[in-house]
Write a protein that binds this ligand. Structure first.
Ligand SMILES: Cc1ncc(COP(=O)(O)O)c(C=O)c1O
Length: 302
């Protein structure tokens, strides 16, 4: 049987090999390995792509979620609402910060958080909610935002699987995933829709105040060299990764189109099989197809 990779990173690399090899060598020769010009250029190019005021790159998507919760001022004992069905990192960072994860159900068709379940889970200890745009489709952000604003809680979007996907707001506008809540977080893990050749992540926000805090927290709590105002972490994106991500960002829409074409092909083959349910497409979001997931009934899944 032919082995089929989840993502064919080899072919993807071969198509941009010359550009990538040159960019990586340029960084090596420049010796600007940390926070060099490539990181700054990537940051502003991603800000343009997302139409968001601030992008703050960091070391990985898990750090991005942790720093986002720290920036919102979450303190031990606070509750954070998160879907019961997500990648472990979402809940892991909540526990790591000694916060209490409060799990709520997801919509069984789209696998994104149920807004009414969020409302029902709010207590006077709730500090934030983390909607996860699982598999590449956005959660119902209009509803989540209005519930969060009503109760004065923060919203951290976990966009690790949906960078480039668009949320269709009730007002008619299309907004990039991760730019709707207070802070959006993403991962540049190699298999992600925008993946580097190692670990990487970023946070997005339209708030100047939160951006300054996030920058400080991801750099040892330092606002000025050797002035450590907060307890922070050391979480930076390497210049080599930034150089690669700059090239791949230019192809991100094409990568997403290719994922959608593959999904349409899978649909045509799987839909006629009665035991399989193909992925639902919701009305409020485009799909980035980070994952193509089938539901099975009446069969042994294993
Ligand atoms: C939904 C979700 N959140 C968070 C993460 C964590 O990202 P990273 O692996 O870059 O730490 C991932 C990636 O695996 C993810 O899929």
């Amino acid at each position: 049987m032919r082995k089929i990779h989840l993502v064919d990173l080899q072919t993807q690399y071969e198509k941009i090999q010359e550009e990538v090899d040159t960019a990586v060598l340029d960084v090596v020769r420049s010796t600007a390995y940390i926070n060099g010009p490539e990181v700054k250029s990537f940051q502003s190019e991603l800000e343009n792509y997302l139409s968001v005021k601030h992008v703050i790159p960091c070391a990985n998507g898990t750090d991005a979620l942790q720093i986002a919760l720290m920036a919102l001022g979450c303190a031990p004992g606070d509750e954070v609402i998160t879907p019961s069905f997500t990648y472990v990192a979402t809940a892991e960072v909540i526990a790591l910060l000694q916060l209490t994860p409060v799990f709520v159900e997801v919509n069984p068709d789209t696998f994104t958080i149920e807004p009414e379940a969020v409302r029902a889970a709010i207590t006077d200890k709730t500090k934030a909610v983390i909607p996860v745009h699982l598999y590449g489709q956005c959660a119902q952000m209009d509803e989540v935002m209005s519930i969060a604003r009503e109760h004065g809680i923060g919203v951290v979007e976990d966009t690790a699987q949906a960078l480039g996907s668009e949320y269709h707001s009730a007002k008619g506008s299309k907004i990039k995933a991760g730019t709707i809540g207070d802070i959006g977080c993403t991962s540049f893990f190699p298999s992600k829709n925008l993946g580097g050749y190692g670990d990487g992540g970023a946070m997005f926000t339209n708030s100047d105040e939160l951006a300054a805090k996030i920058r400080r927290l991801s750099n040892h709590g330092q606002s000025k060299r050797y002035y450590h105002d907060d307890i922070g972490v050391n979480s930076r994106l390497d210049s080599i990764q930034a150089a690669i991500l700059r090239i791949k960002l230019r192809h991100l829409n094409t990568y997403i189109e290719a994922r959608n074409a593959a999904a349409a092909f899978y649909d045509s083959k799987f839909d006629p099989i009665p035991q399989l349910t193909i992925p639902a497409r919701c009305s409020w979001s485009s799909h980035g197809f980070h994952q193509y997931t089938l539901k099975m009934t009446g069969v042994d899944r294993d």
